[in-house]
Write a protein that binds this ligand. Sequence first.
Ligand code: PDD
Length: 311
Amino acid sequence: MDESAGIYLNDRVVPLAQARVSVLDHGFLYGDGVYETMRVYGGVVFMMEEHLARLENSASLIELRLPKSPRQMKLAIYETLEACGHKDAYLRVTVSRGEGPIGLDPELCPRPTFFVYAGRLTPPSRDYYEEGITLAVANTRRNLREALDPQIKSLNFLNNIRAKIEAKKAGAHEALMLNHRGHLAEGTTSNIFFVSEGALLTPGPECGILRGITRDTVLAMARRMDMKVVEGEFTEEDLLGSSEAFITSTIMEVVPVSRLIGAPSHTHTGIRDFHGVGDITKALMAEYRKEVFSYVQNTRAAGPSIWGFTE
Ligand code: PDD
């Protein structure tokens, strides 16, 4: 437990001991709610506008009315950060349907629960970046798009959790899920990229992935660096035959994959060892760090707009 964490519940910052949500909250009962994870660098929330826009989108896809405007959410975020003892922080904004009688009907809940958490950031170990991680293809599939749109960053992560359990059993750091058609989709909390014949490849949105903000940043960087970039449908064999692979997420940034373990249920199960971190991965890792650095500098240089207000 991070005692120095900042917590904002509904309308104010509260001490951890008072940060309590009802057992009848539909976020707890049914996973009915949405959230965003952001990374804070030296007091600056990286890509805050993009994360808040994605939160709005997730909420609108489940017809959840956010209880605060973007401006009010930013204020709440900065109040929480002030209450938190860290300048480099992990930040999470969660909005659930709120408290209501048992039953699935959202109208049972008159008031959504709004919660911001800012706490100590535990970045992945340096080894991850220097040596790479092991990624295991899971038997658990990514949710079918038609069943639960992956653009909804919802409080229900059960299939990703099942995939994570599989990865741990296989001795891997992260699981890679295929979609229902057997194409590559994404990690449990990350997107996947790989390199083949010099081109940068990644599953497209049609594969049923969450469009990661880090993924979008990496795609924009790669295009700017004149790399050949392909978003499309790929198979496990494509990945096993690649020369480099890496995953991306807000918290982890760009992490190289050093070993890939094929899905246990597949006849073509294989292990692919990448020897060292590839050049394209290295270039993108370095460029991402630069991107973060200049974002932080620009946000600070803009003075009071560190609070991110446009009006
Ligand atoms: N996870 N795919 C899934 C299923 C995710 O949950 C996430 C984010 C990503 C990467 O998205 P981004 O680059 O915007 O962080 C991809 C966050 C970190 C989380 O769940 O806490």
